[in-house]
Design a protein around this ligand. Structure first.
Ligand code: CO
Length: 132
């Protein structure tokens, strides 16, 4: 069902400092910062040969990642691609696994439908599914 690793998301406190470290020390290709107020984040994309890392910071105190950062931040979620997000959801639910929210896919940060799966069903890891 799952395909490529689309991205790994890491929550950081100082987006500019982390972006500079990835660019200047790790030698990665790092985008300019983007603000996505609807998602409550500012982020940069770190493009790697085989996937992408997203460095996220809260847009403001109402951000869904604000509390996560207050607890220290760090690795937030991994995103796998799926061909058909609704069929994937139905398969997960039929297996007794939990989809966060109302179960309807939302348009994610890349303009594609996404769902998030309950971390308690996946060894404490928040998983995002994105339609490829
Ligand atoms: Co994501």
């Amino acid at each position: 069902m799952i395909g490529r690793l689309n991205h790994v998301a890491i929550v950081v406190g100082d987006l500019e400092a982390e972006a500079t470290r990835y660019r200047d020390v790790l030698g990665a290709a790092v985008s300019e910062p983007h603000a996505l107020p609807d998602h409550g984040v500012r982020l940069v994309f770190v493009d790697l040969p085989n996937t992408r890392v997203e460095l996220l910071t809260p847009f403001d105190k109402t951000s869904p990642i604000h509390a996560f950062l207050a607890k220290g931040g760090g690795l937030h979620h991994v995103c796998y691609e799926v061909e058909d997000i609704e069929a994937s959801r139905d398969r997960l639910l039929a297996s007794g696994l939990r989809v966060l929210g109302d179960g309807d896919p939302r348009i994610g940060a890349h303009g594609k439908p996404v769902l998030f799966l309950h971390p308690k069903d996946f060894a404490g890891t928040l998983i995002e599914l994105q339609q490829a």
